[in-house]
Design a protein around this ligand. Sequence first.
Ligand code: ADP
Length: 784
Amino acid sequence: MTIPKKPYRIKTGESLPLLPLRDIVVFPRMMVPLFVGREKSIRAVERAMESNNIIMLAAQKSARDDNPEPDDIYRVGCVSEIMQVLKMPDGTIKIMVEGLQRAEIASFTESKPMLMTAVEKSSTISAVMTDTEMKALVRGIVNLFKKYIKTDSSLPPGMETELDSITDPEELCDFIMANLSIKTEERQKVLAENDLVKRIEDICTHLESEIEIGQIEKRVRGRVKKQMDKTQKEYYLNEQMKAIQKELGRSDLKSDIEELRQKIGKAGMPKEVLAKSLKELNKLEQMPPMSAEGTVVRNYLDWLVDVPWSKRNRDNLDTKRAKKILDEDHYGLDKIKERMLDYLAVKKLSKTGRGSILCLVGPPGVGKTSLGKSIARALGRQFVRVSLGGVRDEAEIRGHRRTYIGALPGRIIQSMKKAGSINPVMMLDEIDKMSMDFRGDPSAALLEVLDPEQNISFSDHYLEVDYNLSEVLFITTANTVHNIPAPLLDRMETLRMAGYTEQEKVKIASNFLVPKQLKEHGLKNRNISFADSVLTNIIRHYTREAGVRSLERVLAKVCRKVTRKVVEKRKYNPKLSVSLLKSYLGVEKYRLESAQAHSEAGFAVGMAWTEAGGEIMNIEVSVVPGKGKLILTGKLGDVMRESAQAALTYIRSRARMFSLRPGFYSKSDIHIHVPEGAIPKDGPSAGITMVAAMVSAFCKVPVRHDVAMTGEVTLRGKVLPIGGLKEKVMAAHRAGIKAIIAPEENERDMEEIPKNIRREIKFTFVGSMDEALSAVMTEPVFKQ
Ligand code: ADP
């Protein structure tokens, strides 16, 4: 469209044919092609062609109107010249017109066969304005239009130069309107505006809003394009991946999802879980395969499918059969076996089977874990073990939320998956070795696991849905009860497994461990035989423990040596002797902790309890010239150091009775030493031994070498009860001790002590230190 300048003067009341226009408003100096099809319009064009090619163009109010009446046509239009006419084969014509001047239809003079009008020139006025003001207005509109040009890429290039060449404001308006695409009504309004200033302002408003729309459009287009690029890339890559997978013969995603759907259907999930799984499956279907989110959902669904929801093992509640199995697997442990059989009996009658949770407490290797396994075997349930040693984070029990990368369910749910049934025997091992830090308290989570009120709906962070743990038979284990968090301990019934006597160990070895090792090494009875005396020798000199784990290891070592001999067909004596044992196992590792062969002043034997069982503990006291210092050596804990102080104070308070001079200690240093301190020992129970050793050193009277003692002493010399008597007594028995001094309140623990030990050792229960000293000293130390 170009804008030629052509002066044309409309005569007032000039009669012109009218061409009504749909959807277009022609401005002066604007050249447009028009398609003319309506009969009346063709006639109007023809009439114009017959005279001077001048025609009146005015827009219809409604574009849809095929036969507009005078009222349906805007009054203001544009007198134009027809530049070209092209007849089309279908009878219509195409004309090229050029706008000349704004004009108003004064009246319609004919309506058939075409519309004829009498027109009048519309004169442009401009409100009183200075030149400068007009210039400013013009500059404003020019700038705006230049901005507009930038947003509309459909405009032909070179527009700006053309714009700069126009100086007349009205011409400028016409030029802009020729190139601005806005609605017909708006264009008509601009055309009909006689006031030039107002016209310019109107155009400015349109320009501004068009520029804004253009910018928004541009932004949106940019965004859409980016999105399109990304989707196209993903689509392309996915298609490629599918092709690769097809080449590799892998099943495609569809069948994978179907397979998963079937698994979900078969998993026997509760309603909510099923709903959740199907929802996630739908999500998975929508996601591009192998995408990061897809993998997360996929893993999650795998977990939901793999965790047991309804599969359970039928309990075998036959107590006779259970007893047989428990006896088959373990020697002794009668009390615990009884307790288990009681449990079965209760379950058989009550059906609910919610008993308290058992906690097996004892040193390592006494058979806690293997007992759990036999209970599962007796019941006909699966056995799973969860080790809690070192667990310090709640998330280890409850899992991490799915939003974490590499998140997994907690140990409880993982073990349930391993068990594959909802009612396994679950052993929570080393419940006393859990710790707590800033990441949350695992024992709180465990409390929920073990509480029958809450474990029906245990919540794991990863699983998100509640899981029913109420059918699981929980058994916990610990080395000591002291370190079990109190609320947990409260939920459990503790059963102590103190460790085995030497005779028991021999029995366990010959009846259980040796046959087991022979079988594992593929040996026959004729290949090797262990006499009881040899087993005792192994127990005494190659192991030092309350349980039988090292014993089992040593037996395995012997079996390995023998197996090699058998395989290499070498000659050897299958009857194991002590000397042969040495050749297999090397020199004896431990000599029997034994009491001294003779009594000596300043020396006393105590008994200590450690996590690995009991031990005897020699205490040596030496009094040397000095300044009254108390020196303590050996690996002693704080409580034992304090016992030593208390012992000295007790002796000082009784100095007269012991015939000691006043200030007897101020010119000497007292050195207390507890040898064999590799195992840290602590606790107040060494009190009476310390007092005895110190009195013995001061009075130079020996303590009986075959007596071992245990008991806490108060400053006033009262003897208080101690814990772990059974372990201590067994250690003393192993060491060949003949008499034991213990607090009188511990007399009630005697029934725990094996009968043969009770027979072989003389027990003296004392209420005060004075009584203890009377019993242990080789000569009286009290002044008569
Ligand atoms: P814990 O769990 O108490 O540390 P384990 O259960 O691992 O000990 O036992 C160690 C080994 O000792 C196992 O092979 C177990 O079979 C054996 N054992 C322990 N006590 C007995 C027993 N009373 N009768 C037979 N074998 C036993």
